[in-house]
Design a binder for this molecule. Structure first.
Ligand code: PEP
Length: 240
């Protein structure tokens, strides 16, 4: 049985967490800006997990402006976002670089939330699965089965991120099922049944329950709705 997981991606924003309370059915991860990981360390005692939105895959060195996996861990985070569409589109991160980050994060004991997803143009051309399949195959290159089982995959159609245009639960389930089948082909049935697969893209308190009740959707990666008290309602949408 995979435990449900809801992750909030604050991006370059701050949020008010006063309304947030943990729920024993749901793992919650807060991807806060770097400077707020240490500040929010106490949330771990309150039953929440902390994550970083990015890192650079090297131990140390001349990488001005970057932050390493061990610095993130020292600050108190255990998870990291990799392959988010904003990093792919705005910062030019390729599938190959994302693979480097996945491997490096796992080596350093940081758990990746590995994001994949197609653009609107790719969906309209009917190549959603080809695109996602390539992102997964390259992203997991040289990752052992033992490590692959630790990775959390987030299916985030680019056209649904920050647009208010959510994928229907059927559209999201269809891709998440394909992703699970792909993990089974690349590794094993056991790996495919272990890996948690999230949906992300304009999740809110109204659509969370229906999306998270689909058999292959184990929770969500939430941007806008993780910044306000609405996030509590989204978390409840993942509870039994
Ligand atoms: C995201 O940033 O990963 C995301 C899904 O954002 P939003 O929920 O705002 O669409």
């Amino acid at each position: 049985m995979r435990k449900k997981l809801v992750a909030g991606n604050w991006k370059m924003n701050l949020a008010n967490l006063f309304e947030l309370s943990p729920n024993e059915d749901v793992d919650v991860i807060l991807f806060v800006p770097f400077t707020h990981i240490g500040v929010n360390r106490h949330l771990k005692e309150g039953g929440f997990n902390l994550g970083a939105q990015n890192f650079y895959p090297a131990e140390s060195g001349a990488f001005t402006g970057e932050i390493s996996a061990s610095m993130i861990k020292d600050a108190g985070a255990s998870y990291v976002l990799i392959g988010h569409s904003e990093r792919r589109a705005i910062f030019g991160e390729t599938n190959e670089f994302i693979n480097e980050k996945v491997k490096f994060a796992l080596k350093e004991d940081l758990i990746p939330i590995f994001c994949v997803g197609e653009t609107l143009e790719e969906r309209e051309k009917n190549i959603t699965f080809e695109v996602i399949s390539e992102q997964i195959k390259i992203g997991f290159k040289e990752v052992s089965e033992e490590d692959a089982k630790k990775v959390i995959i987030a299916y985030e159609p680019v056209w649904a991120i920050g647009t208010g245009k959510t994928a229907t639960s059927e559209q999201a389930e269809e891709v998440c099922l394909q992703l699970r089948k792909l993990i089974s082909e690349l590794y094993s049935k056991e790996a495919s049944e272990t890996v948690r697969i999230l949906y992300g893209g304009s999740v809110n308190m109204k659509n969370a329950k229906e999306l998270f009740s689909m058999p292959n959707i184990d929770g969500g990666l939430v941007g806008g709705a993780s910044l306000t008290a609405e996030f509590s309602e989204v978390i409840k949408g993942a509870a039994k």
